[in-house]
Design a protein around this ligand. Structure first.
Ligand SMILES: *Cc1c(COP(=O)(O)O)cnc(C)c1O
Length: 416
């Protein structure tokens, strides 16, 4: 035996940096366990989790409905491959057709993540060839659709694509304006990809009527309207799906994050004639749609339905926005978003300081840019969590406002 301390005893940040590919910055906390809207770190400190694993933990942590379903299913059969069917998979496909309104004509393809659901959607778009000349795909500037190569080509952030050029060809990015939409869509377009709310970009809303306009133009030109509901789906925005807010019917939607409460899953749901585009052998997956993940999604979506959590997301989201306005902080310029997907616009580029100050107050929130904060708490939050949020977020804002005021007296004197 040697006398060196074992690697397992080194401080965890050192181990993280030593052992994991540095695609992520070193995390500030090592989390141990959670319950409801609360998580505990390895030192036993407790945090109110208003990020929910980035809009994933719909039921919060360790919800009995999810624990029971996953435990039960793993003891029966976690995986059987797509050479065989399973009851949870059939149940989930039927549930998604019902909840999305895809109905009888709808079809579902299961994947394991958001980016994979979008890869399936990208291939669906390629199959919408028409007479052969439909090769263009339209997506929006600042859109986020994932990190695998097809989804990355759809993603409207040049800095994410550039290190990995060349991209899969055919994708064009346009600003989210009616004029750009009208100019871009003609009979050479196979599909238009849109997020109903741009989550990763900072919970940015589309102009009112934008989805309806996109529906009208795609329908007239034979292009598919494909909505990326990876972040907005499963009740997050106060509707089951973001598109329902505008009352349109898309040709396909993609889902993932909040659908199975943390068990990896993704799905492509097709509507109407788009359901007939894929043929046997044209796409596949080993894990996608396995009994473990689909049983988890059935439990989560079933509980959202049973407990009225879509409605709760709508009500609590409104209360949360009012409460943030009520704090009267000079650092808050406004709020965006719907339901429990909320962006906070900051009056100064202090999101990093604010996230750290919130963490010191025992609150987890997320910076989507230097002057924007994202909240995506579990859909189960109630009065208690809102009160705790108000106290903790209010204290964090006050602390950051005090330090920014201290550091700027001269600038203010000059400009006053
Ligand atoms: C998170 C996200 C994705 C990517 O999902 P992954 O599971 O991380 O691959 C795609 N689209 C949107 C809108 C997202 O928010």
């Amino acid at each position: 035996m040697n006398d060196q301390p074992s690697a397992a005893n080194a401080p965890w940040k050192q181990r993280y940096e030593h052992d994991l590919v540095s695609t992520f910055s070193t995390p500030p906390l090592l989390l141990d366990r959670g319950e409801g809207a609360w998580v505990w770190d390895a030192e036993g400190r407790k945090y109110l989790d208003f990020l929910g694993g980035i809009a994933v933990n719909s039921l919060g942590h360790a919800h009995p409905a999810l624990v029971e379903a996953v435990t039960r299913q793993v003891s029966l059969a976690a995986h059987v491959s797509n050479l065989f069917a399973s009851a949870p998979q059939l149940e989930l496909a039927e549930r998604l057709k019902r909840l999305t309104g895809a109905g009888e004509a709808g079809r579902v393809f299961f994947a394991n993540s958001g980016t994979e659901a979008n890869e399936a959607a990208f291939k669906l778009a390629r199959l919408n060839r028409g007479t052969g000349s439909r090769t263009r795909i339209i997506a929006l500037e600042n859109a986020f659709h994932g990190r695998s190569m097809g989804a990355l080509a759809l993603t409207g952030k040049a800095y994410m694509r550039e290190p990995f050029l060349p991209m899969v060809p055919g994708v064009e990015h346009i600003p989210a304006t009616f004029e750009a939409l009208e100019a871009a869509i003609d009979a050479s377009v196979a599909a238009v990809f849109i997020e109903p709310l741009q989550g990763e970009a900072g919970v940015i809303e589309l102009p009112a009527g934008f989805l309806s306009k996109a529906r009208e133009l795609t329908e007239r030109n034979g292009a598919l309207l494909i909505l990326d509901e990876v972040q907005t789906g499963a009740g997050r925005t106060g509707d089951w799906f973001g598109f329902q807010h505008e009352g349109i019917t898309p040709d396909a939607i993609t889902l993932a994050k909040g659908m199975a409460g943390g068990v990896p899953i993704g799905a492509l749901v097709t509507f109407g004639a788009a359901s007939q585009l894929f043929h046997t052998g044209q796409h596949g997956t080993t894990f996608g749609g396995n009994p473990l993940a689909t049983a988890a999604a059935n439990a989560v979506l079933g509980e959202i339905e049973r407990a009225g959590l879509v409605e709760n997301a709508r009500i609590r989201g409104e209360q949360l926005k009012q409460l943030i306005a009520g704090l009267g902080s000079p650092l808050v310029a406004g709020t965006r978003g719907r339901g429990l997907l909320i962006g906070i616009a900051l009056a100064q580029p202090v999101s990093g300081e604010l996230v750290a100050a919130a963490r010191d107050q025992g609150l987890i929130i997320n910076a989507t840019g230097p002057d924007s904060i994202r909240l995506a708490p579990p859909l189960i939050i109630g009065d208690l969590e809102l009160r705790e949020f108000r106290d903790r977020f209010g204290a964090a804002l006050a602390k950051v406002a005090a330090t920014t005021a201290d550091s700027e007296p001269t600038t203010r004197k000059v400009t006053a």
